[in-house]
Structures are given as structure tokens and as C-alpha cells.
Design a protein around this ligand. Structure first.
Ligand code: FAD
Ligand code: NAP
Ligand code: SF4
Length: 682
């Protein structure tokens, strides 16, 4: 990258903060906020909320933003809810969004997405009448005239976006949606001019781009999201992806974004099972072949990683979507070299993507304000109070940080030697290493807000009673079920195993198959976590190959599981499917991993006793023994409110948050949110 003497050199991340010419726009840095559906698109008053949401990210220094998906016609809607850009009413409703972003100093594109066979409504259409494995609805094959009309609908959507004030559009050509369905033989079996040869199949996206350019003019950015790696059988080869990229460039696109994997791919692409930056190589392969700027995406969540990808020459820009939920100020902080001040997205999907799948609103586990910009407002306090927060897990960290930033005088106590609570165990699970980033971030935030942190101490009731407000964020105690033999020496708690106090034997029985039972099984099955932290090991583990001739980027042979180190049996009393309580978008990966590790799962059990042989159970009345050298108890948790009664006896009413309030169905999302909500109200 040639240095321009007019442009100040950023000493921290020089590539990331070098300006970029994309079409008619000169972007101040290389950070794109990638498209994310937020659930606000069709919510009442949603456009005003979206305007506030995007404006905050633009003010945070993001060079270019992309909205969530809007369909160019009714058939293209993802769900029965109307999320479209098809007429003047849509256009007028959208105006607030680009206006707010422009006022905040940013630029924004509208994403046009036709869902094709992924549509969850009865009018689903596709190149051919082939049902997607992840959809119950079989689409109708589009008539030839309908294909032509759909191209025109995209162009109309772009023109309306222009009239609404958007700086351009992103045409969604990845993730298995309609455009990708036209491109691949897997889904396109047409015999008209829109099917057959690759030249015919790519006519659909190239015509959309060509006509959009023709009608919208040169001063309107056309970004095309290209599937650089399909990860499905019958997908494009790497060579074919390059052919498509060149054709899209020739048709008039200004910039290419990358998409990885179709939604129906059986390989994780964004979850925490994916190492950071794991797919940048696939973007790099296209970079050599095109002249327009190219954007890398997926699991890019830290400025040093973004810098590395740009410096290596894999891309010209990076797309961060969920990291922008986690921290709206990501770009400004990175620019100032304030890495420690960045709230890192650890790819849990719990508050964002998992919510979207149940038609909820996307928020963020580590940043409860995301998506609640107009509701959860942290106003400076008029009168400062002395506040004690007991417990430095997610609930206490979140509460102490917000309360102190609002102007209260906060002391945080934790009996442990370090902050973080259960996150210090979670971070030991393969794929969850980055939970530690969150603890470090909050610790730094407490330091900056002037919170007095007292570690290694359980405060006495008398000491606490001297505060104006007392917050008990003391979490949980693991449940010890009442089973004969529970005190047998081979029985261990999950804390004992994860902390290394107990080394399990070869045969392990796990009592309880909730989130922690699954995590402990994964920990024992894949102790090194290499496949979740090293891109090469990840690719090998999931059967991804870089060979440009391979179809969909998949190995010819499915990956062979390695010999498991432990013989694991996961037990539970209920008869519901195993893993039903896991994250919607991450649980399937975990189930695949455990199946590959040969983990036995037995539900509907009655625990009779534990002895030298193992765990004696009965299933549908039939007794049997699960032989085990070690029995690990993961049987849920009880709230720890040991301090509450004593305080109440002194006339003090403590606030309870997180596990201390309610252990059932507790997760860190609820814990952090309750901490922030309480602190906003104190
Ligand atoms: P805790 O994290 O339990 O924190 C309570 C704190 O209070 C502790 O630091 C403790 O030392 C301190 N404390 C207790 N009593 C006192 C006292 N008397 N004086 C001073 N200090 C005291 N959740 C998710 O959402 N997603 C996940 O992927 C996930 N994975 C997990 C994996 C594992 C292995 C584990 C163990 C948990 C996981 N969780 C996950 C659960 C999540 O960590 C908890 O829901 C969350 O930590 C609860 O937060 P909390 O602040 O209420 O309690
Ligand atoms: P959990 O999800 O509630 O699971 C508890 C397990 O213990 C269940 O399988 C339950 O199944 C069993 N159980 C409950 N009472 C029992 C008893 N008296 N005797 C024997 N078994 C009993 O709780 P958890 O696994 O401890 O996890 C705690 C929280 O952390 C969860 O709510 C979860 O949200 C969060 N977490 C999330 C993730 C994630 O990936 N998102 C990962 C880890 C933890 P039966 O009743 O069927 O036996
Ligand atoms: Fe990232 Fe989890 Fe927040 Fe989603 S909820 S943005 S995945 S940290």
C-alpha cells in the first residue's frame, strides 16, 4: 500500500486505517459493518430504532454500513413478515435510516436479498422446485418471464434505495439465497437461458448488477456479496467462483463482499467453534483475480486480526457484523489504539442470531444496550450513591461498570482471586477461549470507571450494611443431587474437572445434559481445542480443502473422526431430545462433535446408585450399569444468596441479579442484562 503524505498514518493499525476508494466513495477506513438481520426491520417503529442503531455505529467510526436484508419483491421475503423495498411506502419509511447515518458521519447501503427456496412462506420460488434441507416448504420453479421480472425487481429496489438516500446497495449473492441458487447446479436444473452452463447460470446476478449500474448511475455504490466458498455438495469450485467474480466486476460492481457457506452447509461458519479469521484465505484467492476492492468476512472480531488479513493481502476491507453489536465504538477505539477498551464479540450467537431465529430482536450478550439503544439509556446520576456489588461474574461486572460510569461510587467484592465468575470455567471449553476476552474487557472498564475492586474477600454483613445500595451478584452453587453413593470418591463436580483438581479416568459418566454437561463432554473429547483455534486444524476437522478445483470447497472424502481419548456417557432423566436447550445456531455443531467422539447419550434414566462399578440406572424399568471410572455431576445449579437473610435482618434489602436471583434457565445473557438494567435504574 503506497503511503499518501496527505493522509495521517495510523501507528496502531496502518492498513485498517488507510482510506479506500470504492466506486465514487472515499472511505476513511477499511471497516464495514456487515449486514445483520436485527428483527427491527418489520417491528412497529422499527425504522426509527434502526436509525438510532446504525447511527451509533456510524458515529463509532465505521466507514460503511449495510442494513439487514430487504426483499426486492414479496416472494423474496424471508418470512411472512413484510421486509421489502418495493414501493414508495417502503422508500419513505426508510428515509430516516440513511439520514441518521449521514448525520453521524457515516455511509450506508441497503441490502437487497431474495430468499428463494429459503423463504418461510407459501409463495417460495426458486430456479427449480427443489426443497432446501433446512426448510419444510418446497418452492415453485420460476417461469422464465418471472426470472426476468425478478431481475427488474432488484433494479427497482436499488432505485428506491437511492431515492431513500442510501449510498448504494449490497446485492446478496451468497449464503444459499436465490442468487446462489441460480449459480449452482445443486439448485438450478433449468433448461432455459437462466440454467445449464455457468455462463447461463450467472446471467441472473450479472444482469442484476449490469442493469442496476445502468439505471442508478455511477454515483451509487454497488456492492455484491459473493459466495467465495459454498461448502455444499454441488456448489461452485474455487475456479468457478473466480469466473463469477470477474463477471460481476465486468457488469459494473464497485466492490465485492465475501460470503462463506450456504445456510444448509453442515459446517459451522460463524459460531465460536470457528477459529478467528478462518476463511480469509478463500477471499484471498479471489483477490488475485479482480481489480475492484474485496472484503473479507466471518469471525473477524479484533483489530489486530483485521490488520493481519489486510497486511497479508487477503482483502482490501474487513466486514464485522456481530462485533459491531458488541461494541458500536469498535472503529474509533481501534483507531486510537485502545484495544483494551474494545468489547469483543465471542461468537456465542445467543443474544443475536439465536433471537432472530425465533423472530426476536437481536441484542448482544456482552453489550446489553445493542438493539436497545432507545430503551436502555445510561444517564449520568444527579446524586451519587455508595454501592456495593458482591460477585464479579457477568452479572456483577455489568452492574458495577454501568453504575460507576453513571457516577456512583462502586465497590465490587469477589471471594475469588480473579474477576469473571463462571466465565473462568467457560473459557476452558474448546471454542470458548474468548470468554476470557470479555472478562479482561470488563475488568478494564471497571478500572477506568473508578470501581474499587476487592478480590479474595467475602464481605461481612456489617460492612455491607454501610452502603446505600447492595447488589448480590453471588451466582450459584452447583447442585449435588440426592443419589445413593454421591459421596463415592469417583464422583466429581464439573468445577473439579474443569479446574484440573480432578483428572477423569478413561470411562466417564456425566450426570446431566444441559449446557454444562455438553460442554464438559466436549472438553473431555477435544481437550486441546485445536480445531476451534487453528484455521488449518479446523479445515481438516470439517473436511474443507483449498484446492480450487474442489466442488464447494469440500474434501472428496468426509473427515475421519480421531480415536476418542475418553469413553463418555451423557445421562439425563428427562426424555426430551438431547441438546434441545442448546443454542439454536450452535447446538447442532456440538451434537455433531459429540457424535464423532462416540459419546453415548441415554435419556429417560432413573439414577439408582453410584458405586465401584459406575452408575446404576433404570431406563423404562430396565436396570443397567453405566461403567465409569469417574462420574461428573452437571445436574444444574441452585442460587447462592447466603448473604441475603443476614442483610435483611439488618433492615437492608439487597438487589438480586443473575444466578443469585434465579438459577433456573440462567445464562450469561440474562446475567449481564440484569446487571445493566439494575445499574441503569439505581
Ligand atoms: P457467576 O458467574 O457464578 O458469578 C458469581 C460470582 O460471585 C463468582 O465470581 C463468585 O466467586 C462470587 N461470589 C459468590 N459468593 C460470594 C461472596 N459471598 N462474596 C464474594 N463473592 C462471592 N453461559 C452462557 O450464556 N453461554 C455459555 O456458553 C456458557 N457456557 C458455560 C460453560 C461453563 C463450563 C460454565 C460453568 C458456565 C457457562 N455459562 C454459559 C453460564 C454462565 O457462565 C453463567 O450463567 C453466568 O456466569 C452467571 O453469572 P453470575 O454473575 O450470575 O454468576
Ligand atoms: P441446565 O442446562 O439447567 O442443565 C441441568 C441438567 O441437570 C439437566 O440435564 C437436568 O436434566 C439435570 N438435572 C437437574 N436437576 C437434577 C437432579 N436433581 N438430579 C439429576 N439431574 C438433574 O444447567 P447447566 O448445564 O448447569 O447450565 C447452567 C446454565 O449455563 C444453563 O442454563 C445454560 O443456559 C448455561 N450454559 C449455556 C451454554 C451454551 O452453550 N449456551 C453452555 C453451558 C452453560 P434432567 O432433569 O433431564 O436430568
Ligand atoms: Fe457476539 Fe454473542 Fe454478542 Fe452475538 S450475542 S454479538 S455472538 S457476543
Amino acid at each position: 500500500m503506497a503511503a499518501d503524505p496527505q493522509i495521517p498514518h495510523n501507528p496502531h493499525y496502518p492498513h485498517l486505517f488507510a482510506p479506500l476508494q470504492a466506486g465514487h466513495l472515499t472511505l476513511p477506513n477499511r471497516i464495514l459493518m456487515g449486514s445483520m438481520h436485527t428483527g427491527l426491520e418489520s417491528a412497529p417503529g422499527g425504522h426509527a430504532k434502526l436509525a438510532a442503531f446504525y447511527a451509533e455505529r456510524a458515529a463509532g467510526g465505521t466507514a460503511l454500513l449495510v442494513t439487514g436484508a430487504f426483499a426486492p419483491n414479496m416472494d423474496g421475503n424471508l418470512s411472512p413478515a413484510r421486509e421489502t423495498m418495493i414501493d414508495a411506502a417502503d422508500r419513505d419509511a426508510h428515509r430516516v435510516i440513511p439520514q441518521a447515518v449521514h448525520e453521524a458521519g457515516g455511509r450506508i447501503l441497503l441490502q437487497l436479498l431474495h430468499a428463494g427456496r429459503y423463504s418461510k412462506h407459501q409463495n417460495a420460488v426458486a430456479p427449480s422446485a427443489l426443497r432446501a434441507p433446512i426448510n419444510k416448504i418446497t418452492p415453485r420453479a420460476m417461469e422464465t418471464a418471472e426470472v426476468e421480472q425478478t431481475v427488474e425487481d432488484f433494479v427497482r429496489g436499488a432505485m428506491l434505495a437511492r431515492e431513500a438516500g442510501y449510498d448504494g446497495v449490497e446485492i446478496m449473492g451468497s449464503e444459499g439465497y436465490l442468487i446462489t441458487q441460480f449459480l449452482c447446479l445443486r439448485t438450478n436444473q433449468r433448461d432455459d437461458e437462466w440454467g445449464g452452463t455457468l455462463a447461463n447460470r450467472m446471467r441472473f446476478p450479472t444482469e442484476i448488477v449490469r442493469r442496476t449500474r445502468e439505471r442508478c448511475g455511477k454515483d451509487f455504490l454497488i456492492q455484491y456479496r459473493l459466495s467465495v466458498l459454498d461448502l455444499v455438495e454441488g456448489g461452485l469450485t474455487g475456479d468457478e467462483v473466480i469466473t463469477v467474480a470477474r463477471a460481476i466486476e465486468a457488469a459494473g460492481a464497485d466492490i465485492l463482499n465475501s460470503g462463506i457457506g450456504w445456510h444448509e452447509a453442515r459446517i459451522p461458519t460463524i459460531a465460536h467453534a470457528v477459529p478467528r479469521g478462518a476463511f480469509a484465505w478463500a477471499t484471498g484467492r479471489v483477490k488475485q483475480a479482480v481489480g475492484i476492492p474485496l472484503i473479507a468476512s466471518n469471525r473477524i472480531n479484533a483489530p489486530e486480526l483485521a490488520e493481519e488479513i489486510l497486511a497479508r493481502g487477503d482483502a482490501d476491507m474487513v466486514s464485522l457484523a456481530r462485533p459491531m453489536l458488541a461494541d458500536a465504538e469498535f472503529a474509533n477505539k481501534a483507531k486510537a489504539g485502545d484495544r483494551a477498551g474494545i468489547n469483543i464479540c465471542f461468537a456465542c450467537n445467543q443474544a443475536c442470531l439465536d433471537q432472530i431465529f425465533v423472530r426476536g430482536i437481536a441484542n448482544c450478550l456482552v453489550n446489553p444496550r445493542a438493539g436497545r439503544e432507545t430503551e436502555l439509556v445510561y444517564r449520568p446520576v444527579k446524586a451519587s450513591k455508595r454501592i456495593a456489588v458482591v460477585g464479579g461474574g457477568p452479572a456483577g461486572l455489568s452492574c458495577a461498570a454501568v453504575a460507576a460510569e453513571r457516577g456512583h461510587e462502586v465497590t465490587l467484592y469477589d471471594r475469588a482471586a480473579e474477576l469473571g465468575g463462571q466465565f473462568n470455567l467457560a473459557k476452558l471449553i474448546p471454542g470458548k477461549r474468548e470468554f476470557g476476552e470479555s472478562v479482561a474487557y470488563y475488568a478494564e472498564r471497571l478500572r477506568r470507571a473508578g470501581v474499587k475492586t476487592v478480590l479474595g474477600k467475602t464481605p461481612g454483613e456489617a460492612e455491607l450494611a454501610g452502603y446505600d445500595e447492595i447488589v448480590l451478584a453471588t451466582g450459584i452453587d452447583p447442585r449435588r443431587p440426592d443419589i445413593e453413593g454421591i459421596d463415592h470418591p469417583k464422583v466429581a463436580g464439573y468445577v473439579d474437572v474443569l479446574s484440573g483438581r480432578v483428572t477423569p479416568g478413561q470411562r466417564v459418566a456425566i450426570l446431566g445434559a444441559g449446557g454444562i454437561g455438553f460442554d464438559v463432554a466436549l472438553y473431555l473429547a477435544e481437550g486441546s481445542g485445536k480445531a476451534q483455534s487453528d484455521p488449518a486444524a479446523f479445515a481438516k476437522h470439517w473436511g474443507i480443502v483449498e484446492d480450487a478445483a474442489s466442488v464447494g470447497g469440500l474434501a472428496a472424502e468426509p473427515p475421519r473422526p480421531e480415536k476418542p481419548t475418553h469413553q463418555i456417557t451423557l445421562l439425563k432423566r428427562s426424555t426430551t431430545p438431547f441438546g434441545a436447550t442448546l443454542g439454536l445456531t450452535t447446538g447442532w455443531t456440538l451434537r455433531i462433535e459429540l457424535a464423532r467422539a462416540g459419546v453415548q447419550m441415554i435419556g429417560g434414566v432413573r439414577y439408582d446408585k453410584i458405586d465401584d462399578a459406575g452408575v446404576h440406572i433404570a431406563v423404562e424399568g430396565a436396570a443397567r450399569v453405566v461403567e465409569a471410572d469417574t462420574v461428573v455431576v452437571c445436574a444444574g445449579q441452585e442460587p447462592n444468596r447466603a448473604l441475603a437473610a443476614g442483610l435483611e435482618a439488618r433492615g437492608k434489602k439487597p438487589h438480586l441479579i443473575g444466578g443469585a436471583k434465579l438459577a433456573a434457565e440462567l445464562d450469561a445473557k440474562r446475567a449481564m442484562l440484569e446487571g445493566a438494567q439494575l445499574a441503569a435504574a439505581l
